[in-house]
Design a protein around this ligand. Structure first.
Ligand SMILES: [Zn+2]
Length: 186
């Protein structure tokens, strides 16, 4: 798995894209919050492992399934909407759930592109783990403790990936250039 640094960077790229046409600060905060939270949400399954001291038992299991992710994103954004949409006149379920789904989905793809066992993308229909044909991330080696030269490889490769995400976000979400109508008049 990549570290939370890389996942949060992917969430930030999603937030940059979805807030490019939003001026309202409160609306921007909700989109940013959703993108960052859902970009790391699949790894909440690490919490029981930290508590019990057995990471392998819970981490990288069903929360890394596409179907679990879709259900979790739609459920959480739906409940949030039910509770708060009356106070948010700009609320858009489709926009916020799209932010959640893309952020969550990017997490799964990034984990699948990390050296390691792969992810249970198709659980509960298949228990098999999937990896991308090309590995992009070196991933975190939890077993090596806090100080290890391997962490430098992890951080270095992830910083390179962050720069890539930022460039991609700039290209894909380039602001629309207004071309005056007179430009087409002979
Ligand atoms: Zn993960």
């Amino acid at each position: 798995m990549p570290s939370p640094i890389a996942h949060l960077a992917a969430g930030a790229a999603v937030a940059v894209g979805f807030t490019r046409d939003i001026d309202d600060p409160a609306q921007r905060r909700v989109v940013w919050g959703a993108a960052l939270i859902f970009s790391v949400a699949p790894d909440l399954d690490a919490i029981p492992g930290f508590i019990t001291g057995d990471m392998a038992l819970y981490h990288n299991q069903i929360s890394h399934s596409l179907f679990f992710g879709i259900a979790a994103c739609l459920f959480v954004t739906g409940v949030f909407g039910l509770l708060f949409s009356r106070f948010l006149d700009w609320w858009s379920y489709s926009r916020i759930s799209a932010v959640a789904l893309i952020s969550y989905g990017l997490h799964l793809v990034m984990d699948a592109a990390t050296l390691g066992p792969g992810v249970k993308l198709l659980w509960p229909f298949m228990d098999e783990r999937f990896s991308t044909p090309i590995m992009i991330f070196y991933g975190v080696r939890h077993s090596e403790g806090l100080f290890s030269a391997h962490h430098l490889i992890t951080i270095g490769s992830e910083l390179a990936m962050i720069v890539g995400f930022l460039l991609l976000a700039r290209i894909v979400f380039r602001p629309h250039r207004h071309v005056p109508d007179t430009a087409f008049v002979e």
